[in-house]
Ligand binder design. Structure first.
Ligand SMILES: [Zn+2]
Ligand SMILES: [Zn+2]
Length: 181
């Protein structure tokens, strides 16, 4: 049984990437694409001082929309995300609740004063989203430099990050890790 991945765009700016991204991810990870969950950014996740949304708070809202353990939810937003220990995050995942969110805010070249580049934006979205799906499938951040589960601290590290997983992470992905005890 293929696990199901729901793609949930949270705003207009992210909606245009939702169908494309869902297809790419389901192909890459052999998941069943799902749509139909409608959600918006929860107001209580907004931090006016930072002008950012608290990623963990959004994930706990997404968890309530889930039907079963076989389902994963990946939300996407154009707003900027943070967690208390970091200035910003590209995305955040909870492997226990199998929910994740990614932001396109800092992957747009315009954020860095550079001209728009849709192809670059798409490759970065796929990079960030694949990392978070990896977490939802049980992977941890990885120290191997040639691995997509490596941490990217800034945009150049993100652009240099591999779009593949290292051997150890691939083994962890394919082993039956989801056996319930
Ligand atoms: Zn990570
Ligand atoms: Zn790895």
């Amino acid at each position: 049984m293929h696990e199901r991945l729901y793609m949930v765009p949270l705003d207009e700016g992210s909606r245009q990437y939702a169908d494309w991204l869902l297809n790419e991810l389901c192909h890459k990870f052999t998941l069943k694409p799902q749509t139909g969950i409608v959600a918006r950014l929860p107001e209580e996740a907004y931090n006016a001082q930072l002008n950012q949304y608290y990623a963990t708070s959004i994930l706990s809202k997404l968890e309530m929309l889930k039907g079963s353990d076989y389902e994963m939810i990946l939300a996407i937003t154009e707003e900027d995300l943070y967690i208390p220990s970091e200035n910003f995050v590209w995305g955040q995942a909870n492997s226990a609740s199998r929910t994740a969110i990614i932001s396109i805010h800092r992957i747009k070249p315009e954020f860095y004063g550079l001209p728009e580049d849709e192809e670059l934006v798409k490759s970065r979205i796929l990079n960030v989203a694949s990392h978070e799906v990896g977490h939802m499938l049980g992977l941890k951040n990885c120290k191997q430099p040639d691995c997509q589960m490596n941490i990217a601290k800034n945009i150049s590290e993100l652009d240099n990050r591999s779009d593949n997983f290292c051997t150890e992470c691939i083994l962890n992905l394919t082993l039956p890790t989801k056996v319930k005890i």
